[in-house]
Design a binder for this molecule. Structure first.
Ligand code: NAD
Ligand code: TYD
Length: 380
């Protein structure tokens, strides 16, 4: 079976490539533009595998995608390529619109063209799997409720709005043109090879650098944490066994407040890499201005994927977080160059919208002209 994984040099995509390549019956093509978030070092464990190949390309380039689909006889597309960081979407939404919405439109067109030309027996087996987020559902109150597949979409950030738009396009290509699609919406992933702009790796690396550990607002916002390798297993199941036209929620059943997460990381580091002077890393925790539009709580009801596809996470939050902290302690070769050359942990996402190359495009310009001031949703 031949897979095309887009965004395979990113955090989740690289976990998917590493996971799929362990099966000798699979062949995996990784298509990635290599943005600031793409990193071929994350593919080091499989870079010489006989069933793996890398192709640098943009999902917005319909012709290039179509050529790769044909050349590699693809059976399953797993579309993970995206701009993924909420804070960056606040500073510069243009690239989110271009990759997450326009890019999804273009790769859908390429997939449809390719699928229509397949012989009947391969046509029925083809799948376009779109990987999305629980953030499309908006947020939940602190005191209850969970996202199910039928929860109405109510995105809050430019990132989640762009992902919601892409999900709608994927469904439309199924309903209108018959493209066999499956979707999945997952909660916050964490684990090895996570770009250190996101909460967990940022806090681990800032702590090791003796820098402040920034907690937005009062740290009361809640996320449902999913270990990335559990997610990769879920994605294989959705792509190979999911029913066309359906979506599946994937979550780790591990709700934690942000402050609880940061304190847990401090406690693990205190035991593994004690600070000089013997005080706790908790002393570095710093409460900072909240994120505009900050969703209060996410929680996933993953009973459909458990029931229909037999998926269950292997890690609980304590075991997964310990594995993650140990991985960062052991793998400075991976994160050292990122911190030195790409992103050193400075605060993102406070607006106003920054100049970026995409702001010269029609999409970027219209967003700038029409923007209004944003304010935080929660008083924390
Ligand atoms: P990431 O930012 O780590 O990686 C994204 C990858 O996509 C990078 O390798 C980047 O180079 C590539 N890319 C970006 N634009 C591209 C383009 N135009 N063409 C080709 N490649 C391009 O993201 P991630 O955390 O691995 O997320 C993967 C997917 O999962 C995304 O679609 C994201 O929305 C979704 N998701 C992520 C999380 C999470 O917690 N990380 C949660 C829910 C859903
Ligand atoms: P993040 O890792 O950016 O993921 P997402 O916004 O997709 O949930 O943030 C996770 C939570 O941590 C979110 O509620 C924002 C918060 N946060 C901080 O408190 N401090 C930080 O420095 C960052 C990056 C995030």
């Amino acid at each position: 079976m031949n897979f095309l994984v887009t965004g395979g040099a990113g955090f989740i995509g690289s976990a998917v490539c590493r996971h799929l390549c362990a099966n000798p019956a699979y062949r995996v093509t990784n298509l990635d533009k290599l943005t600031y978030a793409g990193n071929l070092a994350s593919l080091r464990p499989i870079e010489n595998a006989h069933n793996y190949r890398f192709e640098q390309a943009d999902i917005c380039d319909e012709r290039a995608v179509l050529e790769i689909l044909r050349r590699d006889d693809i059976d399953i597309v797993m579309n993970l390529a995206a701009e993924s960081h909420v804070d960056r979407s606040i500073d510069g939404p243009g690239t989110f619109i271009e990759t997450n919405i326009v890019g999804t439109y273009r790769i859908l067109n390429a997939a449809l063209d390719y699928w229509r030309g397949l012989p009947a027996e391969r046509k029925s087996g083809f799948r376009f799997h779109h990987v999305s987020t629980d953030e499309v559902f908006g947020d939940l109150p602190f005191d209850g409720g969970m996202f199910v597949e039928e929860t109405p979409y109510a995105p809050s950030s430019p990132y989640s709005a762009s992902k919601a738009a892409s999900d709608h396009l994927v469904r439309a290509w199924h309903e209108t043109y018959g493209l066999p699609v499956v979707l999945s919406n997952c909660s916050n992933n964490y684990g090895p090879y996570h770009f250190p702009e996101k909460l967990i790796p940022l806090v681990i690396l800032n702590a090791l650098d003796e820098k402040p550990l920034p907690v937005y607002g009062a740290g009361a916002n809640v996320r449902d944490w999913l270990f990335v390798e559990d997610h990769a297993c879920a994605l294989e199941l959705v792509a190979t066994k999911g029913r066309p036209g359906e979506s599946y929620n994937v979550g780790g059943n591990s709700e934690r407040t942000n402050l609880g997460v940061v304190e847990a990381i401090c406690d693990l580091l205190d035991a593994r890499r004690p600070r000089a002077g013997g005080t706790s890393y908790r002393g570095l925790i710093t409460f900072v201005t909240d994120r505009p539009g900050h969703d209060r709580r996410y929680a996933i009801d993953a009973s459909k994927i458990a029931r229909d596809l037999g998926w269950a996470p292997r890690e609980n939050f304590d075991s997964g977080l310990a594995r993650t902290v140990d991985w960062y302690l052991d793998n400075k070769w991976w994160w050292g160059p990122i911190r030195e050359q790409r992103y050193n942990g400075e605060r993102l996402g406070q607006g106003p919208i920054e100049n970026s190359p995409t702001q010269n495009s029609p999409v970027g310009n219209s967003l700038i002209e029409n923007r209004t001031d944003e304010s935080s949703k929660v008083a924390t």
